[in-house]
Ligand binder design. Structure first.
Ligand code: ATP
Ligand code: MG
Length: 425
């Protein structure tokens, strides 16, 4: 099938409307890369010669929202979907770089200087992300930077001076390693060296932005492979020191195993719950187990041989603090850490003799069920034990506030959790 036919009709319609009004408009970035790799893009970005205000003139105020400070762009709404339409930009000159107090003169804080299509390609991060596709005219793929060749050779190459581009926006290092983990690409030696040398600069990025990135990474079925790439290039230590510290231990192995199993379920089931609390609980289980007991699961090491801690009064408090410590430097709300803790705390109860019907009324029971199922699968144990537990369909953890609940979604793998409810937004 030609590339054009694989592109969502809304996206083509938006580009056609911009062109009709005398502007240029192309598909750009990850969507072009993914289409050339034969993967369905998860989002579509459009690059245009129109300024955000001109985009709003074309699509009217009702359908357009101008967003961003560091990077202004237009969101265009089309039949319930929203698409990012960004204006061609060029690299700002030294004077145009808008610094701020405490600036080291290298970091790029704003990127709002408009330019031509070719200038726009030059200011993008990697060659494989700087390809354009002409959805309206007949120019096909437009490649100013050798991105097609790099895609064929599965290579990540920065555009411009590699070290400079990584230093001015350290999130680019994270983006490079995402490509490495996700697609098995190889970074150019100069890029790998820059990541090793400048990795620490990721700490200059906003913790909120980094937490969003981490959530996006872990929302990908290959999240475990991306984290592995971070670790391989010495980057995880700067991004998330505690995860890096346990990486090569038995707990690290368990954490990676749980994430890999979760990834398999996500890949098999597009409706796998996109719950931040469940994700956090999945990440936390191994470090919690290390701290609270459970050892390596060997008989005779003092635990019950099942590899989980015993309940003791006051454990909730300790456990929530551990969630916070482990997730440093990311800003986690108390609400989210309490939920992750509650999910984890349910696990030993699946192995105990407490009242099942009572536990099934716990608001996090469906996610507790799913985490327990992941735990069993990671240990290569049968899921049969879950057959004896009430189905998780019956209740929904924290239904969305102020919105009617959507129908429950179906997580993979575990029959007892056959219809885990959806997460609040
Ligand atoms: P994904 O599949 O995760 O959406 P993507 O490459 O499309 O991957 P986006 O965050 O959607 O990532 O960004 C769209 C495009 O914007 C990128 O492909 C790249 O060309 C450009 N871009 C994004 N972040 C940066 C950055 N920090 N520096 C330079 N260019 C960037
Ligand atoms: Mg994208």
């Amino acid at each position: 099938m030609p590339i054009r036919d694989k592109i969502r009709a809304n996206v083509r319609r938006i580009a056609a409307q911009l062109v009709e009004h005398g502007h240029e408009a192309y598909l750009v970035g990850g969507a072009v890369r993914d289409l050339l790799l034969g993967i369905e893009p998860k989002d579509y970005d459009i690059a245009t010669s129109a300024s955000p205000e001109e985009v709003r003139e074309v699509f009217t105020r009702r359908r357009t929202r101008i967003i961003g400070r560091r990077f202004r762009l237009a969101h265009v709404y089309d039949r319930g979907e929203v698409y990012e339409v960004s204006t061609f930009r060029r690299e700002p000159t030294a004077e145009e770089r808008c610094g701020r107090d405490g600036d080291d003169g290298v970091m790029l804080w704003r990127d709002n200087v408009y330019g031509t299509l070719e200038e726009d390609a030059q200011r993008r991060d990697f060659t494989v992300n700087a390809l354009y596709y002409d959805m309206v005219g007949d120019r096909g793929i437009i490649d100013f930077v050798g991105g097609v060749g790099d895609l064929e050779n599965r290579r990540v190459r920065a555009i411009g001076d590699t070290a400079m581009r990584m230093a001015e926006d350290p999130v680019r290092m994270l983006r490079a390693l995402k490509l490495v983990g996700l697609f098995g690409f190889t970074p150019e030696p100069v890029l790998a060296a820059a990541v090793r040398e400048l990795g620490e600069r990721i700490r200059l990025a906003s913790p909120n932005r980094l937490f969003e990135e981490l959530l996006k990474i872990m929302g990908n079925p290959r999240g475990d492979a991306i984290l592995a790439a971070f670790q391989e290039y010495g980057f995880l230590h700067w991004l998330w020191p505690r995860a890096a510290a346990i990486w090569d231990t038995a707990d690290g192995e368990l954490m990676r195993g749980l994430l890999a199993e979760r990834g398999r379920r996500m890949a098999a089931n597009p409706n796998y719950p996109a719950s931040k609390a469940l994700l956090l609980a999945t990440l936390m289980l191994a470090p919690l187990r290390a701290e609270l007991g459970g050892g390596d699961g060997d008989e005779g090491d003092g635990d019950d041989g099942e590899g989980l801690w015993d309940y003791q009064p006051g454990l909730e408090h300790v456990c929530r603090n551990l969630v916070h410590e482990f997730m440093e430097p990311f800003p986690i709300s108390r609400f989210l850490s309490s939920r992750a803790r509650d999910i984890c705390m349910l696990l030993p109860r699946f192995l105990g003799s407490g009242k099942r019907s009572r536990m099934a009324r716990h608001p996090e029971y469906p996610y507790g069920c799913e985490l327990f199922s992941l735990w069993l699968a990671t240990r290569g144990e049968s899921q049969d034990i879950l057959d004896d537990w009430p189905s998780a369909n019956s209740r929904s953890p924290h239904p969305p506030r102020g919105r009617r609940s959507r129908p429950p979604r179906r997580p993979a793998g575990d029959p007892a959790c056959a219809r885990s409810p959806e997460e609040r937004p």
